[in-house]
Design a protein around this ligand. Structure first.
Ligand code: ZN
Length: 140
């Protein structure tokens, strides 16, 4: 079951610059910097009342985020829903006719299991499901 919006992923060219904006202009505090090698990105997380902003900077020209920046420029990249059972959630989406990018979840930032739905079958919004790795209810 979907529990809440876990985070919004935002594609940026420079974490250094963007983190400054979120800290200075919005008064938020960057709580974590992390590189996710499998996705070729560096990430910065901000807590906004339990929902997070995840800034994504590509670490390589063949990163999916580099491709997104090239095509669409900086901006909102994906919406992530926290679910208590990522396998069941993917199954439900698939049964509803949604095209999955990942049939099998993989380890994303913060040690969570994540998987994406294809934006062509989600009306333009790249959609992520995420769940704690142990499959238990969210620790938030
Ligand atoms: Zn994400």
């Amino acid at each position: 079951m979907i529990q809440r919006i876990d985070h919004l992923g935002i594609a940026v060219r420079s974490l250094d610059e963007t983190v400054k904006y979120y800290e200075k202009a919005l008064g938020l505090k960057c709580e974590r910097l992390e590189e996710v090698a499998s996705q070729k990105v560096k990430t910065a997380f901000f807590d906004v009342g339990g929902t997070h902003i995840e800034l994504l900077e590509p670490t390589s020209p063949d990163s999916p985020i580099a491709a997104f920046l090239e095509k669409r420029g900086e901006g909102i990249h994906h919406v992530a829903f926290a679910t208590d059972d990522i396998g069941a959630q993917l199954g439900e989406a698939k049964n509803a006719g949604v095209k999955l990018i990942h049939e099998v979840p993989f380890e994303g930032a913060a040690g969570k299991l994540v998987a994406f739905l294809h934006p062509k079958s989600t009306y333009g919004v790249l959609t992520e499901f995420c769940a704690p790795k142990d499959g238990a209810a969210s620790h938030h």
